[in-house]
Write a protein that binds this ligand. Structure first.
Ligand code: ATP
Length: 240
């Protein structure tokens, strides 16, 4: 039987008078790669922020549970301890720390020094650009380099659930391919992923299941491969 890692029920979020999320249900099972696609302003980032408890002051209703436990106001250190990692839109690296220090921070709940070093070397092999610049301050990296670092840092804690907010944003086509290769690889290792993406085609090609969000509501959900061939998805999100 599949095990529920994340379960969102009846989530509503309003910023003052703006109803950003209007009562959504969403589930992610262990080992799944689930994508949430939708146009700008549909409410995708707000949904991720509701999971991590990082929303600004606003009205939230409904429930979010992770591994069967209610979430919402969990502090970020608790999220790391419970192996829930998020790579936010706009990267979110520690700009005044070096690449190496950022990677070490990602592993701060771990005690296996040899394993941490081995993981850092693994990520340096995946992203050689980070190895070349390991002593460089993260704030001086290019947008694409920061994105690589943010992904690698999030994975240093060996997350149970990885939340990715628009990982392809602002990247060159080659880097987008590379990031998606890493996402597929991480997924094939059994890490559960919820991926928010504007690039619907790549997201649907990589994911097992998908949800479409429009104006704060989930309007479609199902098998990602089927959705790639759905005329409504093709017309609205795949430019066909
Ligand atoms: P994008 O793909 O452009 O990032 P999104 O689907 O992630 O969009 P959200 O960022 O969740 O959308 O925004 C949903 C709605 O909530 C938008 O209308 C946005 O303007 C509004 N919104 C988001 N954050 C705030 C905030 N802090 N205060 C007021 N309104 C907000």
């Amino acid at each position: 039987m599949s095990e529920n890692i994340l379960k969102i029920s009846g989530l509503k979020v309003a910023y003052g008078g703006i109803k950003a999320v209007k009562g959504i249900d969403l589930e992610v099972d262990r080992g799944e790669l689930v994508t949430l696609i939708g146009a700008n302003g549909a409410g995708k980032t707000t949904t991720l922020k509701a999971i991590t408890g990082t929303l600004p002051a606003c009205k939230v209703e409904g429930s979010v549970s992770y591994l069967g436990q209610p979430l919402g106001s969990a502090k970020s250190f608790k999220l790391v301890q419970s192996k829930l990692a998020m790579v936010p839109e706009g990267r979110g690296v520690f700009t005044r720390m070096t690449i190496h220090e950022n990677l070490m921070m990602g592993a701060y709940t771990r005690k296996d020094q040899a394993g941490i070093e081995a993981d850092i070397e693994k990520w340096y092999a995946v992203f050689p650009r980070l190895k070349e610049r390991s002593a460089q301050l993260a704030g001086t990296l290019s947008g694409g380099e920061q994105q690589m670092l943010a992904m690698a840092r999030a994975l240093m804690c060996h997350p149970t659930l990885l939340l990715l907010d628009e990982p392809s944003m602002g990247l060159s086509p080659i880097m987008v391919e590379k990031i998606f290769e890493v996402i597929r690889d991480v997924s094939s290792q059994g890490i559960t992923i919820l991926l928010v993406e504007q690039n619907a085609r790549l997201a649907l090609q990589a994911a097992h299941r998908a949800y479409v969000m429009e104006s704060g509501a989930i309007t479609m959900s199902g098998n990602a491969a089927d959705m790639l061939h759905d005329p409504r998805v093709q017309a609205a999100y795949l430019g066909e």
